[in-house]
Design a protein around this ligand. Structure first.
Ligand code: TPP
Length: 642
């Protein structure tokens, strides 16, 4: 039986001899490769953190000692070691393991994660709670080099160093974010690595000088004084020490025994926080992953021998992301005031195209959504037109910057929210279901969502011609195959598009990704003899009051559909409009969207179907509501609430 088959909890791991940890790590790595080859996952990130997980659970008494993972995408080995080995093949699937960390999945997941740079703050909070209760366990945060540069992590470093709280920070430094890590901190970590090389060199050269006959000792002394002056400037961890942390490192993050030794050393530090600097390689142990670690951060299924990714058999329309990236470049070509910004997601947002084509006008700011927005606001004060391409879920971080720095000053910043809607396997931390609600309340901003990738092009052009804040949301994944070859054209702000004018009792008003399913539902309804008007709302703010009020006056049933939370969403905007105009009792309005609960992870199609947000769901709901209306007409029962 293999070693990992015998490990059902970290206690089993801790019964092994230190020399056996290498074998455990190798088995875990192979298992991760086998599973990810079949179902995909955060392959590269998890392969890079295998030995770290092994050493951490070996050196610490988890779960009594608290282990806090940042982001949690790299924690597959942690899941394997903490009783979830056999469930790993269900990861990111409906009813399966979460792709990140989840407190109700395991007592070893001490803090839920998915968004970056949270671990240090959470761990510091746990350490303070421990101290207040007079307990003695360790609190350990594991964070990547890119996440450490995130604002929140820096804020925690600032407080931890000041409080001198006993806390262990393990830095998983692979020089990578998803894309190569950016910023001055990355430069600093690089210099630590170089300084290590230098110190080793210094010792070697020093010994060589010493051995020169007769003058050796003097030469050695002179060289030492000179070199120490240089060395002080690049002393590994000098800056870390200045911030109130002890520094241990760096450590080979793929050597379990060295890691265990370093962690045991860190356990001895009682009077301050300590950082253990570990060097790792993303995709470690899988040649294709190590060669192309950028693409291997997260993967779909692949050939476990060659690493070749499994491609979809049928050619697919381009993704919204790709169309956005291409259109942005076209529009940057025409207007040199346009600037492209991404917060550590160049390929995820399509801004990689602009970074290549317009390097002086495109910026990857790192995992720094808040900074990104205010950085853009500053540019806008000077006449630039910044486009912030940020996933809907990550823009949540920058809400106050949107309010205080952009919209309050009515600055010309554009927000392009990829993954607006259900994100699929990444689950609740990554679904972009709140953006309509959190943006709609903010004065000055214009909100729009395209029905397809062709309209995305029009909307991007429209936003850039509009003066003032504007946001566009679009879903994850492939477009619907719309024409993207024609020139983008400017749309009238606040004007909806009537796609199907059936002139009967029913209207479906859909926002963004829900327009096509609504059209399909209308076709299905037509086969049953029900003709529905279908409106592409295009704008959630301002609403097309003319069209909506006319529908309210002439229809008996208006169904709004959106891929977002109902609370504060597009449908509630429509209800507010009708109420303001005294039409709330004139027409039955049904709002379709996501109810007030967290949406789990799983296949996006399946999750959309679960909430009735596909053509079948819309069709069924409209039919039900028509029945209610018919019953009501016949006086059989009172109007049902939706
Ligand atoms: C707030 C936020 N922004 C962006 C992301 C997307 N994201 C997930 S992992 C990652 C890179 C993390 O890099 P690092 O911390 O160095 O860990 P590594 O993957 O290299 O192990 C990014 C940008 C996120 N999860 N959270």
């Amino acid at each position: 039986m293999s070693l990992i088959q015998q490990i059902n909890s970290p206690a089993d791991l801790r019964r092994l001899r230190p020399e056996q940890l290498r074998e455990v790590a190798d088995e875990i790595r192979q298992y991760i490769i086998d599973v990810c080859a079949r179902i995909g996952g955060h392959t590269g990130a998890s392969l890079g953190a295998v030995e770290l997980a092994v050493a951490l659970h070996y050196a610490f008494e988890t779960p009594k000692d608290r282990l806090v993972w940042d982001v949690g995408h790299q924690a597959y080995a942690h899941k394997i070691l903490t009783g979830r080995r056999d469930e790993l093949p269900t990861i990111k699937q409906y009813d399966g393991l979460s792709g990140f960390l989840k407190r109700d999945e395991s007592e070893y997941d001490t803090f839920g994660a998915g968004h970056a740079s949270t671990s240090l703050s959470a761990a510091l909070g746990m350490a303070i709670a421990r101290d207040r209760r007079g307990e003695d366990h360790h609190v350990v945060a594991l964070i990547g080099d890119a996440s450490l540069a995130g604002g929140m992590a820096m804020e925690a470093v600032n407080q931890a160093g000041h409080l001198k709280t006993r806390l262990i920070v393990v830095l998983n430094d692979n020089e990578m974010s998803i894309a190569p890590a950016v910023g001055a901190l990355t430069g600093y970590l690089n210099r630590i690595r170089e300084a290590h090389g230098y110190h080793r060199f210094k010792d070697e050269v020093g010994e060589a000088l010493r051995s020169v006959p007769s003058v050796g000792e003097r030469l050695h002394h002179a060289a030492k004084t000179f070199k120490d002056a240089i060395a002080a400037a690049v002393l590994p961890g000098a800056l870390v020490n200045e911030l109130g942390f002890k520094y241990i490192g760096y450590v080979d993050g793929h050597d379990p025994q060295s890691l265990v030794r370093a962690l045991r050393e860190a356990q001895q530090v009682k009077d301050s926080p300590v950082i253990v600097h570990c060097l790792t390689t993303k995709g470690k142990g899988f040649p294709a992953g190590e060669r192309n670690y950028y693409a291997w951060h997260a993967t779909g299924p692949f050939d476990p021998q060659t690493g070749e990714m499994v491609k979809s058999a049928k050619p697919q329309p381009p993704t919204y992301t790709a169309v956005f990236g291409k259109t942005l470049c076209e529009l940057m070509e025409r207007d040199e005031r346009v600037v492209a910004l991404t917060a550590a997601m160049p390929d995820g947002t399509g801004v990689d195209q602009a970074l290549k084509k317009f390097p002086g006008r495109s910026f990857d700011v790192g995992i720094a959504e808040q900074h990104c927005v205010t950085f853009a606001a500053g540019m806008a004060t000077e006449g630039l037109k910044p486009v912030c391409a940020i996933y809907s879920t990550f823009l949540q971080r920058a809400f106050d910057q949107i309010v205080h720095d952009v919209c309050l000053q009515n600055l010309d910043v554009k927000f392009c929210l990829d993954r607006g809607g259900i994100a699929g396997g990444d689950g609740p931390t990554h679904h972009g279901l709140l953006d309509i609600a959190y943006l709609r309340a903010v004065p000055n901003i214009v909100l729009m969502a395209p029905k397809d990738e062709g309209e995305l092009r029009d909307m991007l052009a429209t936003m850039l011609e509009h003066e003032g804040p504007a946001a566009m949301r679009y879903p994850r994944g492939n477009g619907v195959g719309a024409d993207i070859s024609r020139e983008p054209r400017r749309l009238e702000i606040g004007k909806a598009e009537i796609l199907r004018d059936a002139g009967t009792d029913v209207a479906i008003v859909a926002y963004g990704s829900m327009v096509h399913p609504s059209l399909q539902a209308a076709e299905q309804l037509s086969k049953d003899g029900v003709e529905a008007t279908v409106v592409n709302a295009r704008f959630a703010k301002p609403l097309d009051a003319g069209v909506l009020l006319a529908l309210a006056r002439t229809k008996r049933l208006v169904v709004t559909v959106e891929e977002a939370y109902l609370a504060g969403g597009f449908g509630s905007a429509v209800l507010e409009l009708l109420e303001e105009n005294g039409l709330q009792d004139k027409v039955r309005v049904v709002s379709m969207g996501v109810p007030d609960r967290w949406v789990t992870h799983g296949d996006a199609k399946l999750l959309l179907a679960k909430y009735g947000l596909d053509s079948d769901g819309i069709y069924t709901r409209v039919k039900e509501e028509i029945d209610v209306l018919e019953d009501r007409r016949a006086g059989a029962r009172p109007l049902a609430r939706s």
